[in-house]
Design a protein around this ligand. Structure first.
Ligand code: GLU
Length: 429
């Protein structure tokens, strides 16, 4: 390690364990210094409006009772109802929900969709729950946070450990208590009950679109680039398959158990995604396997971390070889790592832009629900493509005009929109 690298690591000894809230607050501080948004507005944005914590008793299949903790963090709603996923994961906590809710506020603003930011979840390992237990837990959670949510108040969606079926149970529990069917209370539902076509693929699709635009921006041809994708779930597999279809070489993919590497390119359709066969990546026959850590450091043109947060840290940022990093997961890069990558001339396309296709199609789903109409998959994909290109152009304008990093530019676009909305509405009373 060179002297310079050591200094980075020492300047932030906690960087490998940086919480999403710490990362989000640091990013906000940096971005705030690049905008004229009023200090009072920035101060308000450092804090969530509220964080609700609930206990959720669950009758297990054997008749015993366990009590789980659930949260819903609502960060800001100046531009519209709170919006964001529900995560079932053993490491969920209040601070994590607040950090992730902040990212949702910026994500919706950068996409210019009329929502604010929220996030919630339950401290539970979904692998420890039977389907029946997951259903009972979800229904009781929906009841415990019923006063906080609603189609014009706060609209949950899938996130880590939850899916369309979870949203269906949540929507049903809420609707039964309200006495009417209210599909717009959550998004990411199965299409048969008001979900949108294309919603499941949307975060991966937006990652692919943004990766394609970034490659072009840096004067490369998609056909000539090699790409490594960490995570082969809804985001990673959809992004990898689209980019493969568009001509790129996907040379490495992984799931929680490790990855495959083939410099000549993998057949991404044949590698089972998490949905097709959970944790099945390594069962695909490939000449070479790599660990998740090695995958990040491969000699590729584009790296897409699309699994979990905090994987690019002060410990490995110096060894990342890809020139373009497209954040498929939320918060895969700690703030110290981000600085290191920037100094090394790497281009990080931030999560709040790259994976924003998820919440964008959630918005389309919500529009379909409140209007009682269904859009075709073609229409959803067309509208998503143009929404991503608009957001890309807005962020690119800041990069070009001011030489900002892509993350700072995305924050500037988001903060300016939020700042204007706060100014227009004023502070009550
Ligand atoms: N959980 C997704 C995200 O982090 C989607 C949120 C939504 O659709 O509301 O963006």
């Amino acid at each position: 390690m060179t002297q310079k690298q050591t200094t980075h690591a020492e300047s932030d000894s906690e960087s490998t364990t940086e919480s999403p809230l710490e990362t989000a607050r640091r990013q906000l501080r940096t971005a705030a210094s690049r905008t004229d948004v009023d200090d009072g507005v920035i101060e308000r944005l450092k804090h969530p409006t509220r964080v609700v914590e609930v206990s959720i008793p669950l009758e297990r299949d054997d008749g015993s009772v366990d009590v789980f903790t659930g949260y819903r963090a609502q960060h800001d709603d100046v531009r519209g109802p709170y919006k964001g996923g529900l995560r079932y994961h053993p490491e969920v906590n209040a601070d994590e929900c607040v950090g992730l809710a902040m990212w949702m506020t910026w994500k919706c603003a950068v996409m210019d969709i009329p929502f604010g930011g929220g996030k919630g979840g339950i401290v539970v390992d979904p692998k420890d729950l039977s389907d029946d237990e997951k259903e009972r837990l979800t229904r009781r959670f929906a009841e415990e946070i019923r006063d906080e949510v609603g189609p014009s108040r706060d609209i949950p969606a899938p996130d880590m450990g939850t899916d369309a079926q979870t949203m269906a149970w949540f929507m049903d529990a809420y609707s039964m208590q309200e006495g009417e069917t209210i599909p717009g209370v959550v998004t990411g539902k199965p299409p048969v009950i008001g979900g949108s076509y294309g919603r499941e693929e949307a975060p991966g699709r937006s990652v692919a679109i943004v990766a394609r635009e970034a490659v072009e921006y840096y004067d490369e041809r998609l056909e000539d680039v090699s790409i490594a994708v960490q995570g082969y779930g809804s985001v990673g597999a959809n992004a990898a398959r689209l980019l493969d279809e568009w001509g790129a070489d996907i040379v490495a993919v992984s799931d929680v158990n490790g990855g495959l590497y083939d410099p000549d390119g993998l057949d991404t359709q044949d590698v089972p995604s998490h949905k097709e066969e959970p944790e099945g990546v390594l069962r695909y026959d490939s000449s070479k396997t790599v660990s998740n850590e090695e995958l990040l450091e491969l000699d590729v043109d584009v790296l897409i971390p699309a699994a979990i947060g905090n994987v690019i840290t002060a410990d490995n940022a110096d060894r990342i070889q890809a020139d373009i990093i497209v954040e498929g997961a939320n918060g895969p890069t700690t703030s110290t790592a981000d600085t290191i990558l920037h100094e090394r001339g790497k281009h990080v396309i931030p999560d709040i832009l790259a994976n924003a296709g998820g919440v964008t199609v959630s918005y389309f789903e919500w529009l379909q629900d409140i209007n009682r109409r269904t859009w075709s998959k073609e229409r959803v994909n067309d509208e998503l493509e143009s929404a991503m290109l608009d957001a890309w152009a807005d962020v690119k304008a800041e990069v070009d005009a001011r030489g900002l990093s892509w993350r700072d530019a995305a924050y500037v676009v988001a903060l300016n929109r939020i700042g204007e909305a706060k100014e227009a509405r004023g502070l009550w009373p």
